[in-house]
Design a protein around this ligand. Structure first.
Ligand SMILES: *[C@@H]1O[C@H](CO)[C@@H](O)[C@H](O)[C@H]1NC(C)=O
Ligand SMILES: *[C@@H]1O[C@H](CO)[C@@H](O)[C@H](O)[C@H]1NC(C)=O
Ligand SMILES: *[C@@H]1O[C@H](CO)[C@@H](O)[C@H](O)[C@H]1NC(C)=O
Ligand SMILES: *[C@@H]1O[C@H](CO)[C@@H](O)[C@H](O)[C@H]1NC(C)=O
Ligand SMILES: *[C@@H]1O[C@H](CO)[C@@H](O)[C@H](O)[C@H]1NC(C)=O
Ligand SMILES: *[C@@H]1O[C@H](CO)[C@@H](O)[C@H](O)[C@H]1NC(C)=O
Length: 264
């Protein structure tokens, strides 16, 4: 708004008129924003909303918000995935903290090589128990990518809205519970993202508050590179998403079956 406009009465009237319109538009925008915000947070009054069965170490952990674009069937499924994020991470923490030579164990060495235990513990603790209420899951295929990559994309991170993740219909079809570990295929065949809890953790790993300025990142794309990172470059293995996903799944496999269900 130009200063000169207020110099004459007439102009001043125009000025105030315009100001009122501007304020009106601002108020309307704010109201819309508040409504939109409410819409987004509607299903969330706290973690208990998801009625997870988690007990123990992370019994009161926070989970992402779920947008109202997700229907009740989807919310129920996503809540089960939240549960399993806790199952997998709390089991890993119990293993990491219960044996003073855990860094010598086959599973630890396979995924982290001579990587530092405290770094691994920090990341596992963090992914389980840092605040996640700014994370939003939505089910509306906001960018059309679920449709575009039908039967391939189970979900995707939104680069332009870094706290948002779209969950595609394929997620519910393709993902299985940890209880299917070693029975419906195995880790070598399907990889860790086959399990919905582990895949959910993978999605958390894209969000800025979790990556902590790319401390955690996807440095590798293929299994052979992930294994090689642990072997030759452990200071990056302890910062690499896939090393964590494989580690968590592999540990779980060893819990349900002697020797696990990863074979190299
Ligand atoms: C972290 O875990 C503690 C113990 O379960 C819990 O009280 C707290 O709410 C959790 N924090 C978050 C941000 O999830
Ligand atoms: C939720 O959405 C899915 C996929 O769009 C649909 O198959 C399912 O029937 C819906 N469930 C309810 C309760 O509306
Ligand atoms: C601790 O870990 C080491 C290395 O994997 C293993 O040999 C040992 O049996 C474990 N001890 C217990 C009590 O689980
Ligand atoms: C370790 O991996 C990182 C990430 O891929 C890479 O930038 C770095 O050059 C690697 N270091 C060695 C010694 O290979
Ligand atoms: C992984 O396998 C691909 C081919 O599948 C190969 O091009 C690449 O060099 C391998 N990387 C390592 C680190 O072995
Ligand atoms: C995993 O599945 C592949 C392909 O079916 C099979 O060859 C391999 O023996 C299985 N490994 C384990 C440890 O179950």
């Amino acid at each position: 708004m130009d200063e000169k406009h207020s110099r004459t009465l007439k102009r001043s009237g125009l000025f105030f008129g315009t100001t009122f319109i501007c304020i009106g538009a601002l108020v309307a925008a704010l109201v819309l924003a508040v409504v939109a915000q409410r819409e987004a947070v509607a299903p969330k009054t706290g973690p208990k909303t998801y009625s997870t069965v988690a007990t123990g170490r992370y019994a009161d952990a926070e989970f992402p918000r779920i947008q109202s674009s997700c229907n009740s069937t989807e919310v129920e499924f996503l809540s089960k995935a939240f549960d399993e994020t806790i199952e997998a991470t709390s089991y890993a923490m119990s293993v990491l903290t219960s044996n003073d030579s855990v860094v010598e164990s086959e599973v630890y060495k396979r995924w982290f090589g001579d990587g530092k235990l405290y770094e691994v513990m920090g990341v596992v603790e963090g992914i389980a128990n840092v605040s996640k209420t700014s994370l939003l899951l939505r089910c509306d295929d906001a960018d059309g990518l679920c449709k575009k990559y039908q039967n391939y994309y189970a979900g995707h991170h939104r680069e332009d809205h870094p706290y948002e993740t779209v969950i595609c219909d394929y997620f519910y079809e393709a993902r299985v519970p940890l209880s299917a570990m070693c029975t419906k295929g195995n880790l070598t065949q399907y990889g860790p993202k086959k399990y919905y809890g582990i895949d959910m953790l993978h999605r958390y790993f894209h969000v800025p508050s979790i990556t902590q300025n790319e401390f955690i990142s996807e440095f590798t794309e293929e299994l052979n590179e992930t294994l090689a990172l642990a072997k030759d470059n452990s200071s990056f293995a302890v910062r690499n998403v896939d090393n964590y996903l494989y580690f968590l799944a592999d540990l779980w496999g060893n819990k349900v079956k002697k020797g696990g269900c990863f074979d190299n």
